[in-house]
Design a protein around this ligand. Structure first.
Ligand code: BDP
Length: 696
């Protein structure tokens, strides 16, 4: 089935001119080295090329033959070949590669310092053909800008996936370690093709059982499967594990027995997984245990684990997603308040993992104020690839557009140009340890991600983790060409559709800076009216604060003063209602219904128009897709068509439910051009979703 193959379709090149030029450039492949990784790279390039060129491409034994692709780790190449790339190789890191046309005998050399670098180079080379680019006179050097490029699976040990919308977990714990599902291999290959080099197998809401020997042998089997693809395995560490599975009385990080328990446990892991990556920890957040249970702090907890991992080269990814029921301060401020004072206090092998925004993976959030505020601590980005707050896998939303917006935001932490990208890639405040995590949208569905277009979000995450400065338009184009077709009549309109899809979802769900108004628990569909949950900051009314005077959360200096957590240049802008970008208006200000927006409309009218615009945008997506039938296989065409119909229906649902609800406060009529709701507010409030995948 086509959609199982993701972006690695390797369709035969359709354009005859391009096909002929490829065919005359490539007659065979010669590989130096005999590691498992080189065998994988060789098979990939042979099969990929054979399929793209529509003719068998074989191994050639003579490395001096003309018109061949030569692959291999630099140290294993012939002396002559090594000479050709000496300079290029010197400037790249261990995962970087060189792809170079050697003109004397028209060979293309793909090499790097490690075997995995060669594999990455092979995928890059294949991508050139998949996207119909020229392969003559190649002189490419490329290397990842971020070290830890990692997926976070929120997979539970019972095979459910927290916030997973593409079936169940792909890890079959029952059949492991002896049964290695082909999926694991295909998963590793897909990740390697976009440079992902790490995976956390289990949920941040952790189960200590994963740290017991019976699971270790299963985890080891996965680690062995992924290793040749350059992927390290990591696990989440439940802070109370020493009590739960270690029979200790406490998990206090100051307790010598607890410290010893973690040291022994870690050593035990490394005995069977010598390249184990380390631990991801959610502590003292949403009920998870942590050092604060013992009067200690995040530094105490993280450093204890870091000390256990350090002798083996492992790292701790300590999450900063914290907000407490005992803290009455604005939820958006709490992570910053709690973590920034610890700047510089963490061990070298700790990296603090920060969500892109200060609340929680919303369709739009201003960048998290922690970025730029902890120069002495490496911070890693956490994006959510799975669409918890963006319509699950039923809505087409191209997330790299969202990711790019965050990465290119200017924190001004060291003056103009201090983008979030530069903070996380360690170029602004030099850090050896850098990382980007993506909460995976992968499940057991045949098409991996639920929605054929959700695969683009996995793809795009990998590409941005490799190079956080890539343009989302380029990513969309690459993905479309590789996944569907190189036909310009397809690529251009669908690329535009993908790029627009992000703003569409913002418009029909949470325009002008609204946030967290999704329904209770599952977060599917609108629930701006929800006010009955036990913790105030779990209720949508906490976030939109609609009343007769207006709508929005005052985070300016007259309100929670969250704006003060940003650098002065940014704070000044966010703080001033006239200067605040309109896309973030209601995030930072409580704004009167009559407030005049930049286009002259009142806030009420503007808000209603945005909701309508979102619906219209989905309508445009439907009509764009409707014209794509000639370029797409029937199955995927039809699937996307059905999903867009659902999305359109639900965009209207969002519009109607939210506008009817907010109208109670504004007391104003809907402006012209905004369609009248077909149902009452009571109807929308009565909807229940027992079938929505919840938080398992
Ligand atoms: C929230 C999710 C919850 C996660 C939490 C987290 O609703 O399921 O456990 O994030 O990131 O958005 O820890």
């Amino acid at each position: 089935q086509k959609d199982y193959k993701l972006w690695l379709q390797y369709n035969k090149v359709e354009d005859a001119t391009i096909l002929n030029s490829y065919r005359s450039t490539i007659k065979g492949v010669h590989a130096f080295g005999n590691s498992e990784t080189i065998a994988i790279a060789t098979k990939e390039i042979e099969q990929g090329l054979s399929s793209l060129l529509g003719q068998e491409i074989h191994k050639i034994n003579n490395e001096n033959s003309a018109n061949i692709i030569v692959i291999g780790k630099t140290s294993e190449l012939s002396a002559e070949l090594q000479q050709n790339i000496q300079k290029d190789i010197r400037i790249i890191n261990n995962e970087g590669y060189v792809i170079k046309t050697l003109n004397n005998n028209k060979q293309v050399l793909i090499t790097g310092k490690t075997d995995v670098a060669v594999l990455y180079g092979v995928f890059h080379f294949l991508r050139l053909l998949q996207t119909n680019q020229s392969i003559s006179n190649l002189a490419i050097t490329d290397a990842p800008k971020i070290n830890v490029r990692i997926l976070n699976h929120w997979d539970n040990l019972n095979e459910t996936v927290e916030r997973g919308y593409a079936g169940s977990s792909i890890w079959n714990w029952q059949k492991l370690p002896d049964f290695i599902d082909q999926r694991y291999i295909d998963y590793a290959r897909a990740n390697a093709s976009i440079g992902i080099n790490g995976t956390v197998l289990n949920n941040v809401n952790a189960n200590a059982l994963i740290l017991t020997p019976q699971y270790f042998e299963k985890v080891t089997a996965l680690a062995n499967t992924f290793r040749p693809y350059g992927i390290k395995v990591y696990l989440t560490a439940r802070f109370s594990a020493p009590i739960e599975i270690g029979k200790l009385k406490t998990a206090d990080p100051y307790d010598p027995e607890v410290q010893k328990w973690w040291k022994d446990k870690t050593a035990e892991i490394y005995k069977s997984i010598p390249d184990f990556g380390g631990f991801l920890v959610k502590a003292n957040s949403e009920g998870q245990p942590g050092p604060q249970n013992y009067g200690r702090n995040h530094v105490d907890g993280a450093n204890m684990l870091a000390d256990a991992l350090a002798p083996f080269g492992g790292i701790v990814m300590w999450r900063a997603f914290v907000y407490s029921e005992h803290n009455t301060d604005d939820r958006a401020k709490q992570a910053y308040s709690e973590f920034v004072p610890y700047d510089g206090k963490f061990r070298d092998n700790v990296i603090v993992q920060v969500k892109n925004g200060a609340i929680d993976f919303q369709p739009r959030e201003p960048f998290h104020p922690m970025f730029g505020a902890m120069p002495k601590t490496p911070l890693m980005m956490e994006f959510q690839i799975t669409q918890e707050y963006l319509g699950f896998s039923t809505h087409l939303v191209f997330l790299p557009k969202l990711f790019q917006e965050v990465l290119q935001s200017d924190t001004y932490s060291k003056g103009k140009g201090s983008t979030v990208a530069k903070i996380i890639d360690g170029s602004l405040d030099p850090h050896k340890l850098t990382g980007m995590a993506g909460v995976a949208n992968i499940g057991s569905d045949i098409n991996w991600c639920g929605h054929p277009f959700a695969q683009a979000n996995w793809y795009g995450f990998g590409r941005l983790a490799w190079n956080p400065n890539l343009d989302s338009k380029t990513i969309a184009e690459e993905w479309l060409r590789m996944t569907f077709s190189n036909n310009e009549k397809f690529v251009q309109p669908v690329q535009e559709m993908m790029i627009d899809s992000r703003e569409a979802v913002v418009n029909y769900m949470t325009p002008l800076g609204l946030h967290h108004i999704m329904d209770t628990g599952h977060h599917y569909g609108p629930g701006p009216w929800v006010s009955n949950l036990s913790r105030p900051e779990w209720n949508p009314v906490y976030y939109h604060k609609a009343d007769k005077n207006g709508i929005g959360f005052d985070r300016s200096s007259t309100g929670s003063n969250a704006t003060a957590q940003y650098a002065p240049e940014i704070a000044k802008e966010f703080n001033d209602i006239a200067k605040c970008p309109e896309k973030d208006l209601l995030w930072f200000h409580h704004v009167s219904w009559d407030y005049k927006l930049k286009n002259g409309a009142t806030l009420w009218d503007g808000l209603a128009q945005k909701y309508q615009e979102g619906v219209n945008q989905v309508g445009n997506m439907q009509s764009t897709w409707g014209k794509m039938k000639p370029y797409v296989d029937e199955q995927r065409f039809h699937e996307v068509e059905m999903l867009l119909n659902i999305q359109h229906k639900e965009a209207k649902w969002w519009r109607d439910a939210c506008l009817l609800y907010f109208q109670q406060f504004s007391g104003k009529e809907l402006p012209n051009g905004v369609e009248k709701p077909t149902q009452t507010l009571e109807y929308f409030e009565s909807l229940k979703f027992p079938f929505a995948p919840g938080n398992n």
